[in-house]
Design a binder for this molecule. Structure first.
Ligand SMILES: Cc1cc2nc3c(=O)[nH]c(=O)nc-3n(C[C@H](O)[C@H](O)[C@H](O)COP(=O)(O)OP(=O)(O)OC[C@H]3O[C@@H](n4cnc5c(N)ncnc54)[C@H](O)[C@@H]3O)c2cc1C
Ligand code: SF4
Length: 339
């Protein structure tokens, strides 16, 4: 049992100053990931700052689209009429995640910040560079387990085929984030140095030499909200999630699609994949290829081939090299029929 302090805050300002005062301090939202990490001693907190009373749960129209508060529950966002009508891709992605009970607890900010599900990361007796990064100096590694990457050469069925590094091949597990990156969302944050806005595609990062860093949030920063710009994809959107069970399982591969279709010609396409990289993986080359093309299977196959350039398997996950392009074609095909 590791004792820690607990404090509840009611304003973003109080949350930010509570976090910056001490190291080992974490914001607590729905707790569906953080509490698991604490129980398995991957995270050993000194203090939890409970942000559940922050007034950040609203979903409202803006001049340019929709603003979703960081404390909005995943279920509230998925059920919201504006989201369902104008951003059905987001509602579909959210409903594909976890279970109804978890979606009732999980928040938008917490979903973005959830850690990888790599089993080595959660087992402190196994090597993991993300959990225990190599430190400079004679005492290498952190107290919570050995450094290294158990998944490289080990059990890596769920792992990345894009953007991995010799230090880490984990994937980002969120479904919601695949929709948000495809829809060109932006993230509003506030921290000790003030407020800033981060394009969603730059929020998460690739592992490189510092796999312990999942995202570009600076120390002490609080996610306030996510903005979605208006779009023309509502009639032809689809979120396809391929997983081991029909529910309550993370994606092996997922594909988020939004098409602006006129008379079977693609005016604009948005494509992103989950379960394949350390960050939500936007398929910009395939999107550019699809623009102006007829919505046919042949077009979709060519787009999928483009999207797969640079993909690399690590053994157990080699099946994703076939599953991913087939999933892209399937998701595009379904999206053309949803109008
Ligand atoms: C059994 C199980 C199955 C699951 N299946 C899926 C799935 O299929 N798809 C999927 O996408 N997800 C899945 N999840 C993950 C779930 O979606 C996340 O656990 C959840 O979204 C996290 O949100 P939370 O509010 O509970 O965050 P918490 O657990 O409270 O926090 C998570 C992290 O976010 C930080 N944080 C929270 N809010 C903010 C903020 N506003 N600003 C800055 N930092 C913040 C916390 O400090 C913490 O580090 C599953 C989880 C479980 C337990
Ligand atoms: S893939 Fe990443 S999270 Fe998994 S063991 Fe390797 S370093 Fe750790």
């Amino acid at each position: 049992m590791n004792p820690f302090q607990y404090t509840r805050v009611t304003t973003p300002k109080a949350a930010i100053s509570a976090l910056t005062q001490e190291s080992g301090t974490y914001f607590l939202a729905g707790g569906t990931n953080l509490i698991d990490l604490i129980k398995s001693e991957v995270v050993i907190p000194e203090k939890l700052v409970d942000i559940n009373k922050l007034p950040l749960a609203t979903i409202e129209k803006t001049a340019t689209g929709l603003r979703i508060g960081a404390m909005a529950k995943n279920s509230a966002v998925a059920d919201n009429q504006l989201v369902r009508k104008h951003f059905p891709l987001l509602a579909m992605a959210l409903n594909a995640g976890a279970s109804a009970q978890l979606r009732n607890m999980a928040t938008v900010g917490g979903n973005m910040m959830q850690r990888t599900r790599c089993s080595y990361f959660y087992n402190t007796s196994m090597p993991c560079n993300k959990r225990s990064p190599v430190q400079a100096g004679p005492d290498k590694g952190q107290p919570n387990g050995p450094t290294g990457c158990g998944a490289i050469g080990g059990s890596n069925r769920m792992h990345a085929i894009f953007g991995a590094s010799p230090k880490c091949i984990a994937v980002h597990p969120s479904d919601m984030c695949i929709a948000l990156v495809a829809l060109d969302a932006t993230v509003n944050v506030s921290g000790p140095r003030g407020d800033r806005t981060i394009p969603f595609r730059d929020f998460h990062r690739l592992p490189g030499d510092t796999p312990q860093k999942d995202n570009t949030l600076l120390p002490g920063e609080l996610i306030l909200s996510v903005d979605l710009p208006t779009n023309r994809f509502a009639d032809n959107s689809h979120y396809l999630k391929v997983r081991d069970r029909a529910s309550y399982a993370f994606a092996l591969v997922s594909v988020g699609v939004g098409l602006d279709l006129r008379k079977d010609t693609i005016q604009e396409a948005r494509l992103a994949m989950g379960g394949v990289a350390h960050k939500p993986w936007r398929l910009t080359e395939a999107e550019a290829f699809l623009k102006g093309k007829p919505a046919t299977e042949a077009t979709f196959r060519q787009a999928a081939a483009l999207a797969m350039q640079g993909a690399k398997g690590f053994g157990e996950n080699d099946f994703k090299l076939t599953l991913a392009p087939n999933s892209i074609v399937e998701a595009l095909t379904i999206a053309t029929k949803t109008a």
